[in-house]
Design a protein around this ligand. Sequence first.
Ligand code: SF4
Length: 349
Amino acid sequence: MLKRRASRPIQVGSVTVGGAGNVIVQSMTKTNTRNAKATLDQITQLADAGCEIIRIAVPDAEAAGALAEIKRNAPIPIIADIHFDHRLAISSMENGVDQVRFNPGNIQNADHVASIVRTAKERSIPLRIGVNAGSLAHERDEGDLASKMSEAALKQIQLLESMDFDLIEVSLKASDVIITIEANKAIAEKMPYPLHIGVTEAGLPKAGSIRSAVGLGTLLYLGIGDTIRVSLTTPDPREEVLAGYEILKSLELRERGPRLVSCPTCGRCEARGFYEIANTVEEQLSKMETPITVAVMGCVVNGPGEAKDADVGLACGKGKGVIFKKGEKVRTVEEPDFLAALMKEVNTL
Ligand code: SF4
């Protein structure tokens, strides 16, 4: 198990963030927040997909007003995402949200910050100081952006601490992976609060998932990060949740659902329909919750080894394949029966 940075835990509704708890998977709704029903439908889908905390954009007073109904019916804790207008943070808290994220890059007036802190204190609501590289535009040309981001967050932390407030979470995000890593490494050793990490505006699902995996994976391997979001350009934010769990699963920080080991194939693979088999197995596994490992392998080179190491495995050969279960050879099957034989063993584990 990876050693994690010891952070001071906060409570976001029913979910603990930081300390020795799990690394929490978050996402953000893409609906119009003013439409409470559409937003709630999306939150419910996300919660079913494993999302543990949801952030919601609050662009105006009408959106802040809709939070009351959303909060009443949401199955997971809610973070109000606030820019520019401190009054939206206050009304969001009055409407019951579990956390407020505000951006010190665009709420700079100390009195405005003080009024957010006052309400948060009265209601014991944690605040996320969310610094974005893009919001530090005026400082971008002045040298090391990662350090600037860390300094901006530290300045804000000191301001909150001077108001005797410590229910703090911090996030430093950039679309540049290296800046994201450097900024989080810099702040992680300078303060005790939990860190929400993400590569912002990471892109479309394919490239965005990879960029997020590199950025978040590097930080998590260093023990940095108490909660994550994979930011993807997709109408379905469940893709973000799926990618988030894949990152955590690959570092053995979380378990969720089965893991498929499948070989890339090469000139040695003589099994017909191999890709279709692997795709169908993945689709069927995606409906299961048990954290098992299933291997689908193309030939005898690495096939028997990987298939044996998995809970259930198929090592294909020419016209025939061998099914393994818990390290033991179960039977030899004919090519047309590969899929059915493999799934039968999976379903009887
Ligand atoms: S298991 Fe066999 S078919 Fe698959 S990549 Fe390795 S050598 Fe190629």
